[in-house]
Design a protein around this ligand. Structure first.
Ligand SMILES: [Zn+2]
Length: 288
């Protein structure tokens, strides 16, 4: 049922969004090895959640960073529909995407880096890119993570907590190990219901409880959220703010003019995209 929800929801797949995660280390100036390891682990050497947020126009004016969104990484089956193949990336294709990014000199950034760039204008590495993974699929851990690690890449995993420990999904221990190795864990609700329909109890079930569970796994506040199906409305944004999320990721709709940090864009990379197609898109749409 969850898969069906995900599949039917990903009709429009040319999208953007983004995510972020916070760290607690407050000493960005130190360069000893101890500080370096903290920096790697948390993604950024300070707690970006406390940074002042400028007006929306300033954020909207900054050049967008390409943010890729992957779901299942597995070979296509005869039963996979054309729509499904837009978000099921065959294993070899995914490996080629990652190798292309590495060979072309791209650097993965994490949400705290993106956030500090958007709110304070911090500089980013050359050819920045963010890799995000939705829905807790096990192949993200078994296929994507090792290949990314080979190239020094890190990513953001938006977890749908209902799936934790189920067949074909990641376990809590695997999520913890991604986090411990410097990746970011974000929230993707309990069971993938559209935030636009939430009543009060739904905010508790879909957002508050999963946040608590993810915090109990990682020991770090969960600061970044990805909307199920990329769908959001203006009413959802204050609810996310109340719950201490500092940014949220949609797909490819126009960003909100008042709250661009809560409507960061990303694109679902279709399974049919060759590395060359992906590269062309990054260059054409982002000039990176
Ligand atoms: Zn999803």
């Amino acid at each position: 049922m969850i898969k069906l929800l995900s599949i039917s929801g990903w009709i429009a797949f040319f999208l953007f969004a983004a995510c972020h995660s916070a760290s607690n280390d407050k000493n960005p100036s130190k360069t000893d090895s101890n500080t370096k390891s903290v920096t790697v682990k948390t993604g950024y050497p300070e707690n970006v959640a406390s940074l002042p947020v400028p007006d929306a126009a300033t954020i909207l004016h900054r050049k967008e960073v390409p943010i890729l969104c992957y779901h299942q990484i597995r070979d296509w089956r005869p039963t996979d529909s054309k729509t499904a193949k837009n978000y099921i990336v065959p294993i070899n294709v995914f490996l080629e995407h990652i190798r292309m990014l590495a060979d072309s000199g791209y650097h993965t950034i994490l949400p705290d880096q993106l956030y500090a760039y958007l709110v304070r204008g911090d500089s980013l590495p050359s050819k920045p890119i963010m890799l995000t993974f939705d829905d807790t699929d096990l192949d993200q851990y078994t296929i994507a993570y090792p290949e990314m690690k080979k190239h020094g890449f890190r990513g953001v995993f938006f977890i749908m907590t209902v799936s934790l420990g189920k067949t074909h999904y990641m376990s809590k221990e695997q999520v913890k190990s991604l986090f411990d190795d410097g990746n970011v864990i974000g929230s993707h609700t309990w069971d993938h219901h559209d935030v636009r329909a939430y009543k009060e109890d739904d905010w508790i079930k879909q957002i508050d409880n999963p946040t608590k569970q993810l915090f109990s796994i990682t020991g770090k506040p969960i600061r970044y959220f990805a909307y199920p199906f990329g769908l959001w409305n203006k009413q959802a944004i204050p609810e996310l703010k109340k719950r201490s999320f500092i940014a949220a990721f949609q797909l490819n709709e126009k960003r909100d003019e008042q709250d661009p940090l809560y409507t960061i864009r990303r694109i679902i990379v279709p399974g049919a995209w060759s590395p060359a197609t992906l590269h062309k898109w990054i260059v054409r749409d982002f000039n990176y």
